[in-house]
Design a protein around this ligand. Structure first.
Ligand code: UDP
Ligand code: MG
Length: 327
């Protein structure tokens, strides 16, 4: 956000002509959009004077996505297909694609054309000026529902308040990254891949480009609110331990209140004498304390569960098939 905008324009100018650009497209049941997607790519990035590579990651689609990709790869040598053994989720699919991409510049792209490929020319121009990361900023989210926008805004606010590595508001995965950034991302061993957070964490010279995000072209979003909520918790727990540590403060605060109340009671008994204790206030304090403890336990559970996942060390994704990579 502010941090990236203030970073001075780097002096090192680069030449994009003839360099390789990799598009990384995670796909889960994207059969209805594939045709249009490739047509749009031909009309946009296809015209840039670059060596184009299109890495399509089939994330366990149950429709004909993989068959269509296979057919496409057979007649288009720019197309490479990575087929995962099942549905691993978008972050894993994206990780797989980024690791397989060989370009000097890499651009993750949603298959549903919500990330307008027209913008990539502009990204490349900024890369030539020396920026390592050029990210798209959604200047207008009216294509999202009010509920989605409100919850998204709330998430960014909470995340950025808690995390030391703020995510620029309204950015997604749509961005151009230099090879050095891709190499940096590959060095991060964590399995819980909250990509937006990792993108912010790696740093480098970043700059934002505003764009209007269109509605999904066809098909349906795979992200219900339940999944988005899990995703939000994944993001927060991956980048801050504050929810875990805050309980020390809450505990100290509660203890202080208890001590003061106790002292107050003693003084009161000394002055006005013994009175009948209130059952209601006792219950309220008890229940409140109990609820706090439960929340604290739950928060620990969230972290411990994720530690367990990381410790098991299972791979982020499994590849079933690689097509067109050795061409
Ligand atoms: N996607 C994926 N695996 C999944 C869910 C989604 O690879 O489990 C891909 C999907 O095919 C699309 C991108 O991730 O290319 C974004 O998904 P979608 O458009 O459904 O999400 P939204 O735009 O609603 O956030
Ligand atoms: Mg979409």
């Amino acid at each position: 956000m502010a941090r990236s905008k203030t970073s001075a324009v780097p002096s090192s100018a680069r030449q994009a002509r003839g360099r390789r650009l990799s598009l990384v497209v995670p796909m889960h049941n994207e059969e209805p959009v594939l045709e249009t997607l490739f047509a749009r790519l031909d009309d946009t990035v296809g015209r840039l004077p670059l060596d184009l590579e299109i890495v399509c990651v089939d994330d366990g689609s149950r429709d004909a996505t993989l068959e269509l990709l296979r057919a496409r790869a057979a007649r288009d040598r720019r197309v490479r297909v990575l087929s995962l053994s099942r549905n691993f989720g978008k972050e894993a699919a994206l990780t797989a694609g980024l690791e397989a991409a060989t370009g000097d510049m890499v651009v993750p792209l949603d298959a549903d054309l919500q990330d307008p490929p027209e913008l990539i020319g502009e990204f490349v121009a900024l890369w030539e000026q020396g920026y390592d990361v050029v990210y798209g900023v959604r200047s207008d989210r009216t294509s999202d529902t009010v509920l989605k926008r409100t919850t998204a805004n709330a998430f960014y606010r909470v995340f950025n308040a808690l995390s030391d590595y703020p995510i620029p508001a309204s950015t997604g995965d749509f961005r151009l990254m230099d090879r050095c950034v891709i190499e940096a991302l590959r060095r991060l061993p964590e399995r819980n891949r909250f990509m937006k957070g990792l993108f912010a964490w790696v740093g480098f010279r970043q700059v934002g480009v505003p764009y209007v995000r269109p509605a999904r072209m066809a098909g349906t979003t795979a992200w219900g609110y339940r999944k988005l909520f899990r995703f939000a918790i994944d993001g927060v727990t991956a980048f801050t331990t504050l929810p875990l540590r805050v309980w020390t403060l809450v505990g100290i605060g509660a203890a202080l209140v208890a001590i003061l109340t106790g002292l107050g009671l003693i003084v009161r008994v000394l002055i006005v004498g013994r009175d009948v204790p209130g059952y209601a206030s006792l219950m309220v304090v008890l229940l409140f304390g109990f609820a706090l403890q439960m929340i604290a336990l739950g928060v620990m559970g969230e972290y411990i569960g994720r530690m367990y996942q990381e410790v098991k060390g299972r791979p982020t994704y499994l590849v079933k098939d690689r097509i067109g990579f050795d061409a």
